[in-house]
Ligand binder design. Structure first.
Ligand code: ATP
Ligand code: MG
Length: 420
């Protein structure tokens, strides 16, 4: 061990477990790639102001969880706590919305940072795969995203997750509801902090996880009863499209989310095997966000799925992903000349798309064969002095134990055909 440890609230991804993380990222991305979403990558940090305006001044993310700092040049920056504001900023900056092809559909994958109290499933550095569809108001788009997330989780073999769905209304009906909720909250026995929150952002109080608060919210007015006709019709259409796709969801009239920018469709994916960190992903429509960060009106919808919690969900369900061995062939040279000849063969195999590794470090036969077995390779290629004289190499099937001599010039083709 060195003097240093990973910072509090973080952990390293190491082989072999890291392969699961990669597979999860890929499984989430695959349905997006197949549905017209293009890959976007933005910087790991942005102007503090982008998140203050785009996520919301009164949110936990901005007030408590942001890693904000001043650069030597005097810029106020923050490590990104989430992806949506950055992606929208980038799309606007590059005028993607003016290319005449709306919605602009983008997906991303990366690291996010929040200064939280670390616990299982809650880290200070975590990873998300997300999708955003920018510039279209169409219930089919909201439905598409919900269906794709469901498809991603199912493709991983997850079953014990639930989709919670709600509508947060729009700028017509939400203010009316906000008033009603505020009036209700003012009459409750709440601590000072919570009362203050009720004044700034009353919907956030509904999201309070404390039991003492939740107990008092039983009779809180529900947004559902305040939705305007347009929002009601929109929501009904989303529900029908998702249902028609065979995707099961639960209406959750109390679902609100931690970010200020959500409007209308809001959803969360929760997993029942994760204890209190049960949200594996979430998203929704954010029709006002573009204007909040100085852009034109661009109704949009998106989601972000947490990779760390998805991996925990797989563990909770006992799902083991079928990860193909990364190495197919492991080469074992016996002696210096064999090392040169076999190393050249390994290079040739790799160029031909055969995943191959090599016994480095001048290992003896026994240690080298052990390494071959550990590598997960199906075949070992063993080359000794006599093999060189005879122009052959020993091909050993590590599954059956069967060994055959194959001509040095035929070995690459032989392996290609055996490995299919
Ligand atoms: P929570 O209510 O658990 O704090 P959130 O509403 O803050 O979640 P989002 O901002 O919606 O989370 O982020 C989307 C997903 O990213 C979450 O569903 C979760 O899987 C993951 N996520 C968020 N914060 C963390 C974290 N600190 N550590 C690990 N994963 C996280
Ligand atoms: Mg949070």
């Amino acid at each position: 061990m060195s003097t240093f440890k990973a910072p509090k609230g973080t952990y390293d991804l190491l082989p072999p477990d890291s392969a699961t993380y990669l597979a999860v990222r890929e499984a989430i991305a695959a349905p997006l790639r197949g549905s017209g979403y293009g890959y976007i990558e933005t910087p790991g940090f942005e102007s503090v102001e982008l998140f203050a305006r785009g996520v919301g001044e009164s949110t936990d993310i901005v007030t408590k969880e942001m890693y904000a700092f001043e650069t030597k040049g005097g810029d106020r920056l923050a490590l990104r706590p989430e992806g949506t504001a950055s992606v929208l900023r980038a799309a606007l900056e590059a005028n993607l919305h003016k290319a005449g092809n709306l919605p602009v559909k983008l997906w991303y994958s990366g690291s996010y940072y929040r200064y939280e109290r670390p616990q299982k499933g809650r880290y200070r550095h975590f990873s998300q795969v997300g999708a955003e569809a920018i510039g279209a108001e169409d219930p089919a788009l909201d439905a598409e995203l919900i269906i794709l997330a469901d498809q991603a989780y199912r493709s991983l073999g997850l079953r014990n997750f639930r989709i919670l769905l709600n509508s947060l209304g729009d700028k017509e009906c939400r203010p009316v509801y906000r008033e009603a909720l505020q009036t209700f909250l003012r009459g409750l026995d709440l601590d000072e902090d919570t009362l203050r929150r009720a004044e700034i952002n009353p919907l956030r109080v509904l999201d309070d996880k404390r039991e003492a608060v939740q107990k008092q919210l039983g009779d809180a007015p529900l947004l559902r009863d305040y939705l305007c006709d347009a929002c009601k019709a929109y929501h009904e259409e989303v529900r029908e499209l998702v249902t028609a796709a065979g995707v099961v969801f639960e209406d959750d009239p109390k679902l609100v989310r931690g970010l200020d920018y959500y409007t209308r469709t809001t959803f969360e994916f929760v997993h029942d095997g994760l204890g209190s960190q049960s949200a594996v992903g979430g998203g929704g429509r954010y029709d006002g966000l573009s204007e909040m960060i100085g852009g034109p009106a661009l109704p949009s919808v998106g989601w972000a799925l947490g990779v760390d919690r998805t991996v925990l969900a797989l563990e909770a369900e006992g799902v083991e992903l079928e990860l193909p061995a990364t190495t197919s062939v492991f080469a074992v040279p016996l002696g210096d000349e064999a090392r040169r000849v076999l190393f050249a063969k390994v290079t040739e195999m790799r160029k031909n798309g055969v995943a191959a590794d090599f016994a480095y470090g001048g290992k003896g036969l026994k240690a080298a064969m052990k390494a071959a077995n550990r590598s997960g390779a199906r075949y070992a290629l063993i080359l000794g002095e006599r093999d060189i004289e005879q122009g052959v190499v020993q091909l050993k099937d590590l599954e059956s134990g069967e060994q055959t001599a194959v001509g040095m010039n035929e070995i690459v083709a032989e392996l290609e055909s055996r490995l299919g």
